[in-house]
Write a protein that binds this ligand. Structure first.
Ligand code: HBI
Ligand code: FE
Length: 278
């Protein structure tokens, strides 16, 4: 078999034209399931007081500790909850395919699990990042609406050559978003929830700045993909995130593309800073 995308682990050759493939749950080894449990135990222990209620209640209901989940089984429950289903994919897929799946309420989940030596850091999303990080939030109605709207927006942004600005919105919400609650800031971003070190950093560290969500500010702000974030954006609620991002982005893209990007650690006039503690 040719090493497609020079990474046999992803075995893209096995995927269809929409990049979907069979999960082949029986191919996982006992070592894979044991690593899944170790990853799950570490992250679950970090969540009390850090992950938002919607995420924690959904994760508990998923009961996904004992072994790598069967995506078709989770899809049946998810479909009933918010109309979403999970599709197994070989790894990162081209933006337009990714957006197309989201726009039709299908969430792509990488089928393979990292190796033990990647316990603390992995560059690409694996089944642990995608399932443990992203899937629980898809059971929340407003967030599920936001994810589909993001997919629809992505298809439009591709046509407007605005993918860089739109990917910042995904990064600072879906991957690294924080939520304001009466008890303090809580995490809903998958990139934080699936990270061994960033759960505590995102809430307790004095290094990063935490700013109230502003669509324009997010779309102008660059990000690092290989270290903890210097800036986190805080939303009031998922419903508010949906309404803040409901409009047509074309005029915004037009205006913002003429402005310089804001560095990940930069503060600008108008920033509404948030402290992590209430
Ligand atoms: N593909 N499987 C997969 N998972 C992702 O999260 C993903 C992707 N392709 C592109 C992508 N994310 C980002 O560029 C989004 O901003 C589109
Ligand atoms: Fe992700």
């Amino acid at each position: 078999m040719e090493a497609v995308a020079n990474n046999l682990r992803g075995d893209y050759a096995r995927a269809g034209p929409d990049y979907v493939l069979e999960q082949r749950w029986d191919d996982y080894t006992q070592e894979d399931h044991a690593l899944w449990r170790r990853l799950y135990e570490r992250q679950r222990a970090l969540l009390p007081g850090y992950a938002c209620e919607a995420y924690r209640e959904s994760l508990a209901r998923l009961d996904a500790y004992a072994a790598i989940p069967k995506l078709e089984q989770t899809s049946r429950a998810l479909k009933l909850a918010t109309g979403w289903t999970l599709v197994a994919v070989p790894g990162l897929i081209p933006d337009e395919h990714f957006f197309a799946h989201l726009s039709e309420r299908r969430f792509p989940v990488t089928w393979w699990l990292r190796k033990p030596e990647e316990f603390d850091y992995i560059a690409e999303p694996d089944v642990f990042h995608d399932f443990f990080g992203h899937v629980p939030m898809l059971f929340d109605g407003a967030f599920a609406d936001y994810m589909q709207a993001y997919g629809l927006g992505g298809l439009k942004a591709a046509r407007l050559d605005a993918l860089k600005m739109l990917s910042r919105l995904y990064w600072y919400t879906v991957e690294f978003g924080l939520l304001k609650t009466h008890a303090g800031l809580r995490i809903y971003g998958a990139g934080i929830l699936s990270s061994g070190g960033e759960v505590v950093h995102a809430i307790d560290s004095i290094r990063p700045q935490r700013l109230m969500f502003s669509l324009e500010r997010v779309m102008r702000t660059d990000y690092h993909i290989d270290r903890f974030q210097d800036t986190y954006f805080v939303i009031e609620s998922f419903e508010r995130l949906v309404s803040d991002t409901a409009g047509d982005f074309a005029p915004l893209y037009q205006r913002l593309r003429a402005l310089p990007a804001i560095a990940p650690d930069e503060a600008v006039p108008g920033d509404e800073r948030q402290s992590a503690q209430p």
